[in-house]
Design a protein around this ligand. Structure first.
Ligand SMILES: CC(C)(COP(=O)(O)OP(=O)(O)OC[C@H]1O[C@@H](n2cnc3c(N)ncnc32)[C@H](O)[C@@H]1OP(=O)(O)O)[C@@H](O)C(=O)NCCC(=O)NCCS
Length: 170
C-alpha cells in the first residue's frame, strides 16, 4: 500500500466530511471534542490528508484550544479527529498521519498538545492521560480518554475551552 500525505488543504471539504462520517458515524457532531473546536479554524500546519491512488483514505485535523487555570491561560493544539477509511484500517495509515503530526509539531514548536481518544492507541505516539486528571471540559467525556503530549510546563488543573478563530493567533 503506497500512502501519500499532503496538507489537509489539498482535500475537498465534502470528501473529508464523508470520510469522517464513515469512520465515526453521522452522529459524531454531538461529541464533546466538537464543542471544543466550535468557532475555531484548523491549524493548517498540523492537519493532514492521506491518499492511496488519488483516493482520500485518511485525515488528521488539529485545532487551537485554551487551558484556563486561574489567571493562567495556555494555548494548546487539540488533535482530532483522526480517521481512516474503515475498509483499510490497520494498514499503517493512522501511524503515518500521527508521525507526520509529531514531526510538524516538533519542528514548529507545538510543545503542548491534547486529544480525546484511546490511550491504548495514542500512547505509542506520546499521548497519555497522566497529566490530565485535573483538566475539565464542558460536556460528557471519559477522563481516561483525555490525553496530552506535553513538552513544556502546563498547569495540571484547569478548564479546556474553545478558541474562536477571531481570537486565534495560529
Ligand atoms: C484509530 C485509527 C485512526 C487508527 O488508524 P489505522 O490506520 O487503523 O491504525 P494503524 O494501522 O496505524 O495501527 C494499527 C494498530 O493500532 C491498533 N489500534 C487501532 N485502533 C485502536 C484502538 N482504538 N485502541 C487500541 N489499538 C488500536 C490496531 O490494533 C493495530 O495494532 P497492531 O499494530 O499491534 O496490529 C483508525 O482505526 C480509525 O479511524 N478508527 C475509527 C475512528 C476512531 O475510533 N478513532 C479513534 C478515536 S479519536
Amino acid at each position: 500500500l503506497t500512502v501519500a500525505l499532503t496538507p489537509l488543504t489539498h482535500a475537498d471539504h465534502a470528501e473529508v466530511e464523508a470520510l469522517l462520517d464513515a469512520a465515526f458515524g453521522v452522529d459524531r457532531h454531538g461529541r464533546t471534542a466538537y464543542r471544543l473546536r466550535e468557532g475555531a479554524s484548523p491549524i493548517t500546519a498540523l492537519s493532514f490528508a492521506a491518499w492511496v491512488d488519488g483516493r482520500l483514505v485518511g485525515t488528521l485535523q488539529s485545532w487551537p484550544v485554551r487551558l484556563v487555570s486561574g489567571q493562567r491561560e495556555e494555548d494548546l493544539a487539540m488533535v482530532g479527529p483522526v480517521a481512516v477509511l474503515p475498509e483499510i484500517q490497520g494498514s499503517g495509515i493512522g501511524k503515518s498521519l500521527m508521525t507526520a503530526l509529531l514531526t510538524a509539531a516538533d519542528a514548529r514548536g507545538f510543545d503542548a498538545m491534547m486529544m480525546i481518544g484511546d490511550a491504548e492507541y495514542y500512547g505509542r505516539f506520546g499521548f497519555t492521560p497522566e497529566a490530565t486528571g485535573g483538566w475539565r471540559i464542558d460536556g460528557p467525556y471519559e477522563q481516561r480518554r483525555l490525553l496530552a503530549r506535553l513538552r513544556r510546563d502546563v498547569p495540571r488543573t484547569g478548564d479546556l475551552r474553545a478558541v474562536s478563530s477571531a481570537a486565534a493567533a495560529v
